[in-house]
Design a protein around this ligand. Sequence first.
Ligand SMILES: Cc1cc2nc3c(=O)[nH]c(=O)nc-3n(C[C@H](O)[C@H](O)[C@H](O)COP(=O)(O)O)c2cc1C
Length: 188
Amino acid sequence: MAMNVFDAVRARRSVKSFTDRPLPEGAVESLLELVVLAPNHRMTEPWRFIVLGPEARRTYGGLKGESRARRVDDPEAAQAVLRKTVEKMSALPSMVAFVQVLDDDPEIREEDFATIYMGMQNFLLGAVAMGLGTHVKTGAILDEPATREALEVEEGERILALVQLGEPAEVPNEKPRTTATERTRKLL
Ligand SMILES: Cc1cc2nc3c(=O)[nH]c(=O)nc-3n(C[C@H](O)[C@H](O)[C@H](O)COP(=O)(O)O)c2cc1C
């Protein structure tokens, strides 16, 4: 568990495939307790977490699969896409929806969005320290009524991301990135 932050940041990847090994007992709960330690202006605590069990992941997999299948012309290939997506989602060791309670004030809404993503990074780095992998997933499907209903998202709430979590089957290579130095302007 003892891993320094620099190492965790450098080791983090968006993991694309997970083993079917169950998570250590209490892993999700421990990681979520890191989320709520994020900097939070006005201490609004705007996060809600929805932990999807196998049934919920299967239902979501159906919705995601249908959305993917709609983009495939051949009906048989479309069915295969649907089936594969359902299987993949139900086989995930865990998936957590990060949900924002939407404040009426746009300024607070923006800050709240930021704080949840800061918390999400705590979750991602904590997972690395536990030898686990994560993948943040977003997209229009998260705002669709069918998704909101399937995940029992309440009025005035918005799903910001679905985070997949598990033991990595494979750890992707680091993506090439421009150094910060090249993106930095220094003022006198
Ligand atoms: C806000 C946000 C949304 C993302 N949404 C998706 C997504 O919908 N699908 C996906 O495959 N990856 C998604 N990612 C992961 C990025 O594609 C990934 O971080 C990027 O390719 C860099 O790879 P790395 O995370 O392994 O360094 C998202 C990342 C962020 C920060």
